[in-house]
Design a protein around this ligand. Structure first.
Ligand SMILES: O=C1NC(=O)NC(C(=O)O)N1
Length: 310
């Protein structure tokens, strides 16, 4: 009922973690691999190990979360070794998330993956909002086009881009125009809604230390934005470019809405952080329930079929 196909690999369901949540260590990754999730993605890796921003840097709220992690990770080799090992053990589909701390590092990271034994998917994170002084790449259209143009002069393995949310139709148009130039496997919309501010009223204080309390928002706050980005890119991108929908998934109905907007896979961040890997079986059951209520037998029956008001 929930089975889906991605790069000719059959997945039991369209659910996976959002990069950054429950995927920093091999123990966490093993737990994801052993869970009901259809697939998993690693924490975004930079070339070298990164401590990340000072704590507190993550805070769960009633309606979602705010984070300013600052790309803490164990370095590319740690994650590359992990996915290659699992690939040799027969893993069919894996996602490795990467980003560089400079233009040159972005290129050198992808060259290293291209030259490695890894045959899985690379998720190129163009949208981390939390490294002080490092603007989100994908908000710079020229830079994004320049970077992807160079990447595709040598990169031939499956690759998707993790995008920030856009809030202007002209930006959807411009970004889609650029992305349609490249043989991307997919586009993942959205990363956290950058630079929000959450206040502890009793203390009259922010709740995270980095950047004066500014951080990326996740959870219920961002579902309408996430759905709009999934829908906008599905409407604009070549059908050969798949869509991964991320943002605001609390229950099976939210998963259904992402797929209705065009998502092929759906990632879960904040709710996974709050609930642990049991969230995947809950969401799978709830999605099946919604589909049954509506008389759908497969995801293809309703994917991308959101109706407008004529
Ligand atoms: O791309 C990212 N998005 C986030 O919301 N946080 C992390 C991070 O800060 O490392 N990175």
């Amino acid at each position: 009922m929930l089975k889906t196909n991605f790069l000719d690999v059959e997945l039991s369901n369209p659910l996976m973690n959002a990069s950054g949540v429950h995927c920093m260590t091999t123990e966490e990754l093993d737990e994801l691999a052993g869970s009901a999730a259809g697939a998993f993605v690693t924490k975004t890796a930079t070339r070298d190990y990164r401590e990340g921003n000072p704590e507190p840097r993550y805070y769960d709220t009633a309606l979602g979360s705010i984070n300013s992690m600052g790309l803490p990770n164990n370095g590319l080799d740690y994650y590359l070794d992990y996915v290659i090992k699992r690939q040799k053990e027969g893993a069919k589909l894996q996602f490795l998330s990467v980003t560089g701390m400079s233009y040159e590092e972005n290129i050198s990271l992808l060259k290293k993956i291209q030259e490695s034994e890894y045959e899985g998917v690379t998720e190129f994170n163009l949208s981390c909002p939390n490294v002080p002084g490092k603007p989100q790449i994908a908000y710079d259209f020229e830079l994004t086009e320049k970077l992807l143009s160079e990447v595709f002069t040598f990169f031939t393995k499956p690759i998707g881009v993790k995008l920030p949310p856009y809030f202007d139709i002209a930006h959807f148009d411009e970004m889609a125009r650029i992305l349609n130039k490249f043989p991307l496997t997919y586009v993942n919309s959205v990363n956290s809604v950058g630079n929000g501010l959450y206040i502890d009223l009793d203390k009259e204080q922010v709740v995270i230390k980095p950047k004066g309390g500014f951080g990326g928002l996740g959870g219920e706050y961002i579902k309408p934005t996430a759905l709009a980005n999934v829908r906008a890119f599905r409407e604009r991108l070549n059908p050969s470019i798949k869509i991964i929908g991320t943002g605001g998934v609390i229950n099976g109905r939210d998963v259904f809405e992402h797929i209705l907007c065009g998502a092929d896979l759906v990632q879960v961040g904040t709710t996974l952080h709050k609930e642990g890997v049991a969230v995947f079986s809950r969401l799978a059951e709830e999605l099946q329930e919604v589909m049954k209520e509506k008389g759908y037998k497969s995801l293809d029956d309703f994917r991308g079929k959101l109706k407008v008001i004529e």
